[in-house]
Design a protein around this ligand. Structure first.
Ligand SMILES: Nc1ncnc2c1ncn2[C@@H]1O[C@H](COP(=O)(O)OP(=O)(O)OP(=O)(O)O)[C@@H](O)[C@H]1O
Length: 606
């Protein structure tokens, strides 16, 4: 049985792990959700009796899945009977691949469309409606238990978006492709049509864990609940998340309440809380506690507990002076507070102002490196075979990541085997050794990878073009990367995006001052957080009909990322509009109304 050291976990974490029944765990920010989940998985894996059963963990992102898998492995527990991944991967591996033949749309074959290709099709379909300002960004839709639903609430555009989406669906059908939402939609149809699927799965799964439940879509609860319900309590569950952090509601996130979930699964869950925050100072916790929309306790329990935090709010500065003020704050944090640049994050509620601010911060602070939007030269798409080869190609043979690279190598061999490639006699060690031995003298990341991928195909004796899936992934990878590099050049004037060094950075630990959206900070933590663009219509978004609660959640997430210092801005003169905002957008209401005793920081520009 897996045992841990006395101080690894606190009492609340242990209680949730030792509970024999199914658990609904509400965890405050920085309370060690990931650690609790990791230990629970290791604990359950070590107790599994049948060789035919699995522990299943569903994470919000592929990156989280990878991180948890690795942490479990580091705890010394065998992970053969662990399945971990996103809900899409779950639906594909456990339902669509084995049972797709029972669905009319899937039985003649299907492939998963690359998000980049999907964007390309939708962009082309929006072309005739350009003058009506209908773009790819309006065409988001989500799978719901009752069918697919478009997300745009702009009534003037909906008839055109509908036309675009109908045509998009037709093209996918014709090409036998499915996108991420259709994966969920068809899975739900399959389990409704064939209840036996859920029965079989409930026999296979001893435990199902769901991370970040607050951002889970409604349809996902239906899919998982169908399995849990069929097991009648035999398959145990751990559902963990924080309703105060549910910032994806406008995109379909559904922070289900315990009682509703119990009704779906047909039995009771035991409620536990994690209330000890290991991340932030008491002052930061006191600050973000104000924004909570769902009641739960938060206690400062970490080493920053007594840190003398600085929290500032500036709603007087004009947009034209904002960058200089941020530059001064960055210098102040680095020079006076001795905070590392890698531990500073600048965040805004939207993508739109980030490219410009990153570009200008790079110019104004040449002594520091930045990690901004659009600087990664390719998408982290774990469904793309060549992205996964890229992980090995772009990481160094370093003993600290040997186990990880070995696992990546084994995963690639397994995938090639599934595609019918002869992998007989090739071991993960041999393949990794081969990759490490390749010497490719190219300065461009794209050229380097082209040669690397070619060598891999020769090593396994296949031609990329002759295997459709590998050919599609290859084209999607290079077209996507080429388009990102072009965009970075145009938007950020960034000419180093295509260098091999920049390609390698994708897999290196976080480096430089991070510039991102508030959504992009999810799950992250920094010593200093600087938030700007906290203005009405952005937070809350002007289309949001639950704006008050959702803006509190955005501020809750943003502020709770900070360990030490927090600086917020509702700059004046932002997006002046003759009719809607003649003087620029006013501050986010719940921020403007908060009567907090902010600190003063005297910087050179202010
Ligand atoms: N029992 C513990 N003792 C000491 N430190 C802990 C303990 N549990 C977790 N931590 C530390 O607390 C920090 C926050 O943990 P983690 O990132 O898992 O939080 P989280 O609950 O996922 O937060 P959020 O919901 O805000 O993203 C990490 O640095 C982690 O190592």
């Amino acid at each position: 049985m897996f045992v841990w050291k006395k101080d690894d976990l606190n009492r609340e974490q242990e209680d949730a792990i030792f509970e024999e029944d199914s658990v609904f765990l509400v965890a405050c920010p920085g309370s060690g959700k990931t650690r609790t989940l990791t230990y629970k998985i290791a604990y359950e894996l070590s107790r599994i009796e049948s060789k035919k059963q699995f522990i299943v963990a569903i994470t919000y992102t592929n990156t989280a899945a990878d991180e948890i898998k690795e942490r479990v492995e580091l705890l010394g527990v065998d992970i053969k009977q662990l399945w971990i991944g996103t809900i899409h991967a779950f639906c594909l591996d456990w339902i669509i691949k084995p049972y797709g033949l029972y669905h009319d749309r899937l039985k003649t074959g299907y492939s998963i469309i690359d998000p980049f290709e999907s964007e390309k099709i939708l962009t082309e379909l929006c072309e005739p409606y350009k003058s009506l300002k209908v773009s790819y960004y309006d065409c988001d839709y989500i799978a719901m238990p009752s069918g697919c639903k478009m997300l745009s609430e702009d009534g003037s555009k909906t008839p055109y978006i509908k036309k675009v989406l109908i045509e998009y669906g037709r093209i996918l059908r014709e090409n036998r492709q499915i996108d991420f939402e259709l994966i969920l939609h068809y899975t739900n149809q399959l389990i409704l049509k064939k209840p036996l699927i859920s029965v079989i799965l409930s026999n296979l799964f001893k435990f199902i864990l769901i991370d970040e439940y607050q951002d889970t879509k409604e349809i996902q609860y239906h899919i998982i609940s169908s399995v849990l319900k069929s097991g009648r309590g035999k398959t145990k569950a751990l559902i963990v998340g924080d309703p105060n952090q549910s910032i994806y509601e406008t995109m379909g996130g559904y922070p289900i309440v315990k009682e509703d979930l119990e009704e779906l699964i047909g039995y009771k869950l035991r409620k536990y809380n994690l209330s000890s925050n290991y991340r932030s100072s008491s002052k930061i916790i006191e600050y973000f506690d104000y924004y909570k929309t769902s009641d739960n306790d938060i206690i400062a329990g970490g080493k920053n507990h007594d840190y003398n935090s600085i929290i500032t709010y500036n709603n007087a500065i004009d947009e034209s002076n904002l960058e200089d003020e941020i530059v001064d704050l960055i210098r102040y944090n680095i020079n006076e507070c001795k905070i590392s640049p890698n531990e500073i994050c600048v965040a805004a509620p939207q993508w739109y102002p980030l490219a410009k601010i990153t570009r200008n911060l790079i110019t104004k602070l040449p002594e520091y490196s930045f990690n901004g939007p659009g600087m990664a030269p390719f998408a982290r798409n774990l469904d793309n075979f060549w992205y996964k080869v890229g992980r090995i190609a772009l990481t160094e043979p370093d003993p600290r990541i040997y186990i990880r690279r070995l696992r990546w190598s084994a995963e690639l061999i397994e995938e090639l085997f599934d595609l019918g490639v002869d992998v007989n006699k090739i071991t993960n060690k041999n393949f990794l050794r081969f990759c490490n031995s390749l010497e490719i003298n190219k300065e461009s990341g794209l050229e380097y990878l082209e040669v690397f991928f070619f060598n891999v195909s020769v090593y396994f004796s296949f031609e990329i073009k002759s295997i459709q899936r590998l050919n599609d992934d290859y084209n999607a990878f290079f077209e996507g990367a080429t388009s990102r590099i072009k965009r970075a050049k145009e938007e950020n004037n960034n000419t180093t995006t295509e260098s091999l060094d920049n390609f390698k950075k994708v897999f290196k630990p976080r480096e430089g001052i991070k510039v991102t959206t508030i959504h992009g900070t999810k799950g992250e933590e920094y010593d200093t957080v600087i938030g700007f663009g906290l203005v009405n219509d952005w937070v809350p978004h002007f289309t949001d009909d639950n704006g008050d609660a959702n803006s509190s959640k955005m501020l809750y997430v943003l502020s709770s990322r900070a360990r030490k210092n927090l600086h917020l801005f509702s700059e004046r003169g932002r997006s002046v509009h003759r009719k809607y905002a003649p003087e620029g957008k006013p501050p986010t209401p719940c921020l403007g109304e908060y009567d907090f005793e902010y600190d003063d920081v005297v910087t050179t520009s202010g």
